[in-house]
Design a protein around this ligand. Structure first.
Ligand code: SF4
Ligand code: SF4
Length: 349
């Protein structure tokens, strides 16, 4: 077997409490498009556009290249490279006709250690695969929605040829050079006994494969499941997190250029727009500092979006946990807000 059964996230993690405040975010998620060709029954897209507009102020759009180029230019101002630039978020990235160009520009700009795309894979064909390989994409993560045409119809309301999807994934895997192909599937998209079929299908045609647990990511979606909030999507059990770690190491950028302190659909706070402010200004600015401080002071639930969001319990890892250090860190943040970032943090009690 060539593939490894392991979660698809970055395995080399830094202990976040010892590293913050970060001068450069570890990761940035740029949403190349928020259109999707699927309507998976566990995803916000299953609710339809008018409900998504009402609940999340969400209107699908592609990111224009002019906005993307601003993002890349602004990333060069950070003192270090990002660990990860993910061209992913709330839509199917391959629907953006410029996606391969976006990868190529990011690679040539050398702004991140790794560029990834998370895709449902349905639009992958020889031409798209070749373009992504030529662009030197580091990681293509494929999120499967079933193991047959019938399951796809059931899970995402879309007719596809599963055989063709597998053919195209095999083509990508056998032609890629330095990049990786990771494949995952949600547990609810598998029929009874199909776990083995999933692993057998990808054991020699992926670099990693994993079955994730569906989580109640979208408020408004009726998750007809027994969902515990103390187990993450990788199956790890942990205590509920009080502090959401995401705003301390990442940013999310919507197609219109709006920037949020995570990669959810919720936009708990808008830090600014890349057309008006630079990313480094937003990363070091008071809006984000105030937002982070409110989490450190255990006031997360005062933000209505954060109050209903499961992400801290869904995707946070032990190394990201800030709960234990929240009080001490809050003192650093209070000093920064009073005195600016030039404060010497080693002098804070
Ligand atoms: S493919 Fe992804 S973004 Fe599209 S509906 Fe399914 S889960 Fe949502
Ligand atoms: S709790 Fe959710 S919405 Fe709030 S910052 Fe964390 S990930 Fe974003």
């Amino acid at each position: 077997m060539k593939s490894n059964i392991m979660p698809l996230y970055g395995l080399e993690r830094t202990k976040l409490a010892e590293a913050v405040p970060l001068e450069t975010p570890f990761s940035i998620f740029v949403f190349p498009t928020t259109f999707c060709n699927f309507r998976c029954n566990y995803c916000g897209h299953s609710m339809g556009l008018s409900k998504m507009k009402n609940l999340y102020d969400f209107e699908p759009q592609h990111m224009e290249m002019s906005v993307y180029l601003k993002v890349i230019e602004q990333l060069k101002a950070f003192p270090s490279k990002l660990k990860l630039l993910s061209l992913t978020g709330h839509g199917e990235p391959l629907l953006n006709p410029k996606i391969a160009d976006m990868v190529k520009i990011a690679k040539e700009s050398n702004v991140a250690e790794r560029i990834e795309i998370i895709s449902n894979g349905s639009l992958l064909n020889k031409e798209v695969a070749d373009a992504l390989i030529d662009a030197k994409l580091d990681t293509l993560k494929i999120s499967l929605q079933g193991m047959s045409d019938k399951s796809y119809l059931k899970t995402c309301g879309t007719e596809i040829s599963f055989e063709k999807l597998i053919y195209n994934l095999n083509y990508y895997y056998s032609h890629k050079q330095q990049g990786k192909l990771f494949v995952k599937i949600m547990d609810i998209a598998l029929d009874e006994g199909e776990e083995v079929l999933f692993y057998n299908t990808f054991e020699n045609s992926s670099d990693r494969m994993f079955i994730e647990k569906v989580r109640p990511v979208y408020s408004g979606v009726n998750y007809d499941l027994e969902l515990t909030t103390t187990m993450d999507r990788y199956g790890n059990i942990h205590k509920n997190r009080n502090v959401c770690p995401l705003p301390f190491f990442m940013l999310g950028i919507f197609p219109n250029g709006d920037v949020e302190p995570c990669d959810t659909i919720y936009k708990p706070v808008i830090l600014g727009n890349v057309k008006e402010h630079s990313l480094i200004e937003m990363w070091n600015g008071d809006i984000l500092k105030e937002f982070q401080l409110s989490h450190l002071l255990l006031k997360r639930s005062e933000n209505s979006k954060c109050a209903t969001c499961c992400a801290p319990n869904d995707v946070s890892h032990d190394e990201d946990d800030l709960d234990f250090d929240a009080f001490n860190l809050s003192k650093i943040w209070e000093h920064q807000l009073l005195n600016g970032r030039t404060v010497d943090e080693s002098k804070v009690d």
